[in-house]
Design a protein around this ligand. Sequence first.
Ligand code: SF4
Length: 659
Amino acid sequence: MTVGQQTADETATPARGWGLNTWDSPWLNFKFLLGVAIVGLILLFGLLGPLFWDTDLAYTGAGPLNKPPVWQEGGLPEHPLGTESNGRDMLAQLILATPSSLKVGFLAAIIGMGIGMVLGSVAGYVGGWWDHVIRTLSDSAVTIPALVVLVVIASYVQMTDTTAMALILAAFAWPGPTRLVRSQILTLRERSYVRMAHLSGAPALEIMFVEMLPNMLPWLAASLTGGISVAILGATGLEVLGLGPTRVPSLGLIINQATTNAALVRGLVWWWLPPIIILMVIFVGFFLMTIGLDEIANPRIRQFSSSRRERSAAGEAPPVEHMDGGSAAGRDAALEVDDLHVHYFTPRGEVIAANGVDFSVRKGEILGLVGESGCGKTTVAMAILQVVQAPGRIVQGEVRIEDQDLVSLSGKELREVRWRDLALVPQGAMNSLNPVTPIREQMGDAILAHENIGRVELEQRILGLLNDVGLPERVINMYPHELSGGMKQRVCIAMAIALNPQVIIADEPTSALDVVVQRVVAQTLLEVKDRLGVSMVMIGHDMGLQAQLVDRIAVMYAGNLVEVVPVESAFSEPLHPYTQLLIESIPSIKERKPLNVTEGLTHDLRNPPPGCIFQFRCQHVEQICRERRPDLVERDDDHLVACWLYEPERHALIELEEA
Ligand code: SF4
């Protein structure tokens, strides 16, 4: 199969998206819609009521006193819900009071949400002491008994209208949204698509509003609807206590007047019960909206349909032909990593994640960077991209592309280099694309961050890139969840090659994909490399995949490079004992053999031992291995290894010197 061909799921009719206009949109959640309908009806009652009913009847002396509703004996048709002790029409009062109560809730919750979004964004994105101060304030604020404080404030402050009341309520409505926005930003900023946007040079505000905010919307909406309910409850509580505005009709004020006029004991049920029923219906409506939005915010709902398509793709995708990695020996270096040291400064000590890593990637070459989990290969990749996350830091070394040391570049200079010279195909494509942004925009943003081109040219460019990775043109208008895992990963590859970079870092690009799709993605990478002549660092631990793709393999163990070897030699004559164990541990379907497990544990990365870092797990360990660190030296043509077994002369010389 070639890149131009498509897997079965790619040729199938695409599923509809989850935008608001589509039938399978998660926004069409039954509970959410029922809640919207209930709140909408209540709103319509308040807003359209004055068009159909004379609201002047809501004022004192407008009608007879204490008349029951029309369906009870003595009720009057001109007062269908009855009148109270001051002759006011109950229906007219409810029509005026309902929007008033809703207005307080909406205003207070929106103001609180606005404050929370600003503070939460600053705390989550800027961090540092801003985060410390805002977190302390919001954590302290939630411990304050809001209703008690509100009662005290309302006793001293004369609230003349609903806006004043909403402002006071908003003072207690911001901590929840602040904490929510902060935690969401802290989560989202680690997502691959946010890091991709950062790498592509997008400014912070654009990342915030384009990449993060749309993904927070369901949570923010759920918080807002919950906040409206709480604000209405707070306002009603104050009104029932007689602490709200008295000149503006509200549901709480009606209950207050019914209570003070002993409506309960006098049997005037129609006075106090209707406002309570309306309040309960409002709460039920907002409650349904909130839990509906919670379900929408749950990502499992979004993943369901795409994971189903993913499974079907596994069974239908055609097999791929054998891949030839080719040779790259003798070509110039596109990327040079020189004596790279990366340390993580944790509260428990300094973790040495990369310890003097040295390698180069030749032009048009794929270098595989392999090793077990935690060996430092992803740290090295992040260090090459200059995006090592705190508490990690590059403490020494250089990363050069065309003699330009990336470690010494400023943030602005790095933004120009990334994507243009150095691009990333991230791990886990499902998290690497923004789920609420169509592919057209995501690819377009990456290009426009570096080039100023028109709309038509941009579209042609995107279509060309999709074609380069074997995706149909319709993908340009699709959302990530409409694509299979393999298609998403190919979109990531298309984005990586958008600016013709010299070097691509592919961070386990086939992880979390089924084996057939893995091979399709791998072949796409290989064809892209052959066509564009780009160099790649392919990070992974699947030795079988590495065998088919890469030109040379660099083996890492505990932050150290222990062997760099042409791919054929890695499998036919691995030299380092750790590489030998890695190769032996590959399961075979041809030969029944016990699974070869690498015994022992890696040493504590905070305290590397003197001597060879593999000494605790090595079957060939000698005294010198415990005392002196072996250098990475060339043993055969293009084959480097760090092991005393292959330095007998130097070993003997050292023994002689010591004697
Ligand atoms: S240097 Fe010694 S301990 Fe290290 S891998 Fe070689 S033989 Fe084993």
